[in-house]
Design a protein around this ligand. Sequence first.
Ligand code: ACO
Ligand code: LMR
Length: 611
Amino acid sequence: MMKPELFTKDTTAIIYGYQQNAIQRMLDFDYVCGRKIPSVAVIVDPGREGWHKAFFGKAEILIPIAPDLKTAAAKFPGTDVMINFASFRSSYSSTMEALETKTINTITVIAEGVPERRARQIAARAKELGKMIIGPATVGGIKAGCFKIANTAGTIDNIVESKLHRPGSIGFVSKSGGLSNECYNIIARNSDGLYEGIAIGGDSYPGSTLLEHILRYEAIKEVKMIAVLGEIGGTEELKIVEHLKKGLIKKPLVIWVTGTCAKMFSGGVQFGHAGAKANSDIETADAKNKALREAGAVVPDSFDDYGDKIKKTYEALVRKGVIKPAAEVIPPTVPMDYAQAVKEGKIRKPTSFINTISNDKKEELEYCNVPISKVLESEMGIGGVIGLLWFRRELPPYARKFLETAVMLTADHGPAVSGAHNAIVASRAGKDIISCLASGLLTIGPRFGGAIDGAAQNFKRAEEAGLTPAQFMREMKAKNVPIPGIGHKVKSLTNPDMRVELLKKFVRKNFKITPTLDYALAVEQLTTQKKGNLILNVDGCIGVCFVDLLKSCGQFSQKEIDDIIALGMLNALFVLGRTIGIFGHVFDQKRMKQPLYRVPYDEIAYMTELK
Ligand code: ACO
Ligand code: LMR
């Protein structure tokens, strides 16, 4: 036989179906009730194992996820409640499985639309086993201060406002979950609050009836009065009338049958719940309210004074000393979830990053406020994209073309240079393409590919300072610093670097002014007098032309130009271009399946005796 009490402060539940919000609401209820252990023991997410992280007050806890009910029940034999979130299609089988699970005594079936035949089978089996079914088509119920089924009673604020964080003296049952939440509040405002409230669900064949819960409350000594909300349709309330007449319900019963407005509609009216339609006169709300009143229940004249009847009944019990009003308890505050607090504008958090170049949060990706579709339609090319993402502006066509030219000219310079060589060796060592690229790029520095910024800085400074080329050379020599952008291992006056020639030609044709290039070429005149390979190399040419570009396009202040150079953007151009060539060499080696490379001895001078 089902014991009257379904829940205690130590009740734990199996949650069938991964309902994260419902789980968190249960845990938050536990916290405001001062429970020591969470009411959710385990989650069944069919076919899946793992852990669910949730808040228990301020702390985070892990709740196990089991792949099936059998595993969950075996792992938590002390858990005797299951809240079944399965859909109407699978709630029958999962509920029947739960009924056959010895350790489970109370099952709430949340799903709406469970076929009536299935609902009746579930109810019948539960009766045979002496187990409790709440639902189908319910939000569940709540035992104040002890245990809450899923989303019953809504938010924590409502729960505390309805005094549900500690037990009162009234047992409540209704069909409707929504009206139940309303009634919890009415009860809280007109008494010392709810002891327990159950919504049996609005289907025609609920797993448990209004009367069964009334009789449970009759048997629980802490319940001093009972409140019920009935509904038009069916004869459940007439059974309550019979029990009242037989004296089987001794505690004061305040009850209202909703649906009295149906009489205003000719031909009857079907209310929300499946069973909410009077098929005969005795099933009307008026008839049932009248019969209940005559049987001794406290029946208000309308739902409007339902709360008042509760109040008067409650106060009478207090006067008689039957009820010692429950003491008020100040619950702990459940911290607001971060996302909710941000949404409500209750907290603010400094951002950790600032981004000014692109926006992927809009419907269409934007580069510096230019929608990607416009980037393509405008045919701004990779030079234009560099302008937007590096310089945060739309550059004029010749500037875009210069950038693209620099990228194309620096893409590769054969397998012998440092970057290509390292990448080739890494590739032949079997490394992945990213590692090969990295090994090649890591050779870029003051002597190879990384002299663009230095060339721009030094030649711009010297030119703007009015140093003669000879003075500039002496100054750098005195600092023992090779002039960045001057010199090449294989290119020279007699073997000019065509890339440099092409770049100079482009610049002469497109740039309004080229003071820095002219200055660098004057320096080259002197350096090549010393050695033919001390030419303006491709790093140097890109660097000085870039300075002239920034000066000539009129979009950059002097300070912005200095900042751009100081930022290292110019060397980035070489890296961007050379990445193309390095990948080319890596793919080339992998395509040819080249073996591990080992430097031949005749490439190495062994001079271990060197002191
Ligand atoms: N400025 C002034 N003098 C120089 C420079 C320079 N940039 N480069 C070489 N010299 C001098 C040396 O001081 C040396 O003089 P010394 O004989 O009186 O001692 C002489 O020229 C030979 O020097 P080396 O370093 O042996 O010449 P090397 O041909 O090996 O150097 C290199 C080539 C590494 C590019 C060198 O010129 C240099 O470091 N340049 C500056 C960095 C630079 O621009 N690198 C980019 C190269 S292009 C690219 O990587 C895409
Ligand atoms: C390059 O672009 O890699 C070269 O200028 C350097 C070199 O040694 O050829």
